[in-house]
Design a protein around this ligand. Structure first.
Ligand code: GDP
Length: 217
């Protein structure tokens, strides 16, 4: 399928999703370990990606709120799951998962990330889907495959999302989309379609909102 076709998304959900994301959304809490998780009362959608992939920027663009997810590239702050309540009454939660792949991460931090993320993915029945972000300038890297495999093993369905699409030429975006589709085909829990986004230009944001809504319906 071409990159253009992929951008269309589920059209019937675009407007309802826009409305939900324009409504109340609030930070709930940070969970540095599983004891701090909120009660599993509503569906959850998790966002994962290597540090600096543009995860905070994408969460802010999705929710139309500049300061919702704090952009931070300091390794210390990233080892927690951040929960955001969407809707009033509460419809679902967004979960900002800790970034991975810091060049200088000490081994105990990598271990902590692995246990926290793995335990969360395996034990969270309300987790409906993960969105795994991949920088469109770099494509899928070895460090991304660890989380793909964790999601495959936990049988959590996931969508690969290209970020920072405004930073590359359209022809390069088409090529990285195709390469990412190829990668997705190798993973049993990965959705076959790739969503290309730009938090700066707004490309794919409406479609991503619709994909989030589609996953919780
Ligand atoms: P995180 O570490 O994954 O949360 O990444 P951030 O959201 O903090 O983004 C990392 C850097 O990439 C920041 O300098 C952002 O301004 C930049 N960035 C993020 N998304 C985009 C995008 O869509 N387009 C462009 N041009 N820059 C982006």
């Amino acid at each position: 399928m071409s990159a253009d076709a992929i951008q269309e998304g589920p059209p019937d959900l675009i407007e309802p999703a826009r409305k939900i994301f324009a409504g109340p959304i609030a930070f709930l809490r940070s969970a540095p370990s599983l004891e701090h998780l909120p009660d599993a009362t509503v569906p959850e959608i998790a966002f994962a990606g290597r540090s600096n992939v543009g995860k905070s920027s994408l969460l802010n663009a999705l929710t139309n709120r500049g300061g919702l997810a704090r952009t931070s590239n300091t390794p210390g702050r990233t080892q927690e799951l951040n929960f955001f309540d969407v809707g009033e009454p509460l419809r679902f939660r967004l979960v900002d998962m800790p970034g991975y792949g810091f060049a200088k991460a000490p081994p105990q931090m990598v271990r902590k990330w692995r246990f926290l993320v793995n335990d969360f993915l395996r034990g969270r029945a309300v987790l409906k889907r993960a969105l795994v972000l991949v920088d469109s300038r770099h494509g899928v890297k070895e460090v991304d495959r660890e989380i793909f495999e964790m999601l495959d093993r936990a049988a959590v369905s996931y969508h690969l999302v290209l970020t920072k699409a405004d930073k590359i030429k359209a022809s390069d975006l088409a090529a990285v989309t195709r390469a990412t589709e190829e990668e997705a085909r190798k993973h049993p829990a990965a959705h076959p379609e790739i969503i290309a986004t730009s938090s700066e230009g707004g490309l794919g944001i409406a479609e991503l909102r619709a994909a989030v809504l589609g996953a919780i319906l």
